[in-house]
Design a protein around this ligand. Structure first.
Ligand code: ZN
Length: 252
């Protein structure tokens, strides 16, 4: 059915477009998108349009989504797949947006078999094969993190079965180099955290290698030059994986 998808996408691009003024307003608030070269920006805008036509973005608990919210979410979701293609998101369809952070019920069984339950307040969550859930308040007003890039990085990580910090690598990538770069960086990060040194990245990144991957993916797109300076090997692996070099296009 590849031909049908291609045909459908061409048709969407022919018949629809994102309003120029709206796109400009969205980009103004997302400087890391504003730094894209003209051709890349054009492709991102098209990809955003296709994303909006193929994915259902819905507001939770009656939240009414504006075009601005939809486009801002879709544009950030599409940045990581700009050179990978929308098919990297073909294993799920929905994005659910809450007005603010949302609560999920967690359950865990400890070594002695006792079940523990608690509530977690989240800014975002990505479920394997399921929707991406986002808090709009965090997406729009938390400059120290980018919950949209974060959750979609998890989605890419999950494509090969597990959220483990290892997305499906391209044929021209070296798995050993990937592991060596990430392991070294992760250990260094956890070590710095234990010694209460400045870690630059959100300490939450230490939770699990999958979180480390998601947090560094945010940094890769939002603060590429600093990411490259602090984590050159990880930056290289992310550059190969995302097939983009944001540090080269970013203003110092
Ligand atoms: Zn996460």
């Amino acid at each position: 059915m590849k031909w049908w998808t291609t045909w459908k996408r061409r048709r969407v691009l022919r018949k629809h477009r994102i309003d120029e003024a709206l796109w400009r307003r969205v980009v103004l608030q997302l400087p890391f998108i504003g730094e894209l070269a003209r051709d890349d920006a054009k492709r991102l805008r098209e990809l955003t349009l296709l994303f909006l036509s193929e994915k259902a973005i819905t507001g939770a608990h009656g939240l009414v989504l504006t075009d601005h919210m939809r486009v801002a979410i879709a544009a950030q979701a599409c940045l990581p797949i700009l050179n990978l293609g929308l098919d990297w998101y073909d294993d799920w369809v929905g994005v659910v947006v809450y007005a603010g952070d949302f609560r999920v019920r967690r359950q865990d069984v400890d070594a002695s078999g006792v079940v523990h339950e608690w509530d977690d307040a989240l800014a975002g969550e990505a479920m394997p094969g399921g929707p991406v859930v986002l808090s709009w308040e965090s997406a729009a007003n938390a400059p120290e993190m980018n919950v949209v890039l974060h959750e979609f990085a998890h989605k890419l990580d999950m494509r090969n079965g597990a959220a483990d910090g290892l997305p499906p690598l391209h044929a021209d990538m070296d798995r050993r180099r990937w592991h060596a770069a990430w392991q070294h960086a992760y250990e260094g990060f956890c070590d710095a955290l234990e010694r209460a040194r400045d870690t630059w990245l959100d300490p939450y990144a230490a939770e699990h290698p999958s979180e480390f991957f998601a947090v560094l993916s945010e940094a890769f797109f939002e603060w590429p030059q600093e990411t490259q300076r602090r984590y050159p090997d990880v930056y290289d692996q992310l550059r190969l994986f995302y097939r983009q070099d944001p540090a080269a296009r970013a203003k110092p």
